[in-house]
Design a binder for this molecule. Structure first.
Ligand code: SAM
Length: 209
């Protein structure tokens, strides 16, 4: 193991959220980000219909399906994911998913679209910011197609060039937009979460305000 990777590994195993995830049998430390947001805003309710984009290894879906037995989750990722109760997993790029599956009525009237998608990091800041924003835009398009009128949208973003413009567009579409930095999100990371609620448009894209 190189010096850099052994330093990363040490920090990882000593991380309080990694320890807690292992102790409580969660698939990822990312679960604590969703848990903190959900405990504050109660996004995951009994009978909720949820779309989890960029789901693997499955911590967020696992959290939702553990919280309520009566729940309907579709989870999508490029990588495969081990089976989870109440979760219908689709292995796909989200771009292809929106083209192939969204016409299916099963994916309509969704209560929560949540995306913890992270693009492959190249290390070139401008390219990474652009890739992250591109994915956030696809997630938003999917959400506008499938969310019910009172549906919520939770997206991970990486602060950088274009983030403010993206948020201004989201503010035109949703009545309330919150920026959240959960405790489990590393302070040195540009990662933030955007929670958009009170959609201003209906599913056919027409303004009803
Ligand atoms: C940080 S992980 C998600 C962790 C997850 N929330 C959890 O709690 O286990 C980000 C995921 O986004 C997926 N991803 C990245 N780009 C994607 C794309 N274009 N389509 C689908 N999934 C994608 C990656 O494969 C990765 O599994």
């Amino acid at each position: 193991m190189g010096k850099k990777s052994s330093k990363w590994f040490k920090a990882h195993i000593n991380d309080e959220f990694v320890k807690l995830a292992n102790k409580e049998n969660w698939r990822s430390r990312a679960v604590f980000k969703l848990k903190e947001i959900d405990e504050k805003y109660n996004l995951i309710k009994t009978n909720s219909k949820i779309l989890d984009l960029g789901c693997s290894p499955g911590g967020w879906s696992q959290y939702a399906s553990r919280k309520h037995k009566n729940i309907n989750i579709t989870a999508v990722d490029l990588l495969c994911m081990e089976k989870l109760e109440n979760v219908n997993f689709v292995q796909s790029d989200i771009e292809d998913f929106s083209e192939k599956y969204l016409k299916n009525a099963d994916f309509h009237k969704i209560d929560l679209v949540m995306s913890d998608i992270a693009p492959n990091i190249s290390g070139i800041e401008s390219a990474d910011a652009a890739a992250g924003l591109h994915l956030a835009e696809i997630v938003t398009e999917i959400a506008l197609d499938v969310l019910n009128d009172s549906g919520n949208l939770l997206i991970k973003l990486f602060q950088g060039k274009g983030t403010d413009e993206f948020l201004s567009e989201i503010r035109k579409l949703f009545g309330t937009v919150r920026i959240i930095k959960p405790k489990a999100s590393k302070t040195n990371s540009r990662e933030i979460y955007m929670l958009a609620t009170n959609m201003k448009i209906n599913n056919s894209g027409l303004h009803y305000e």
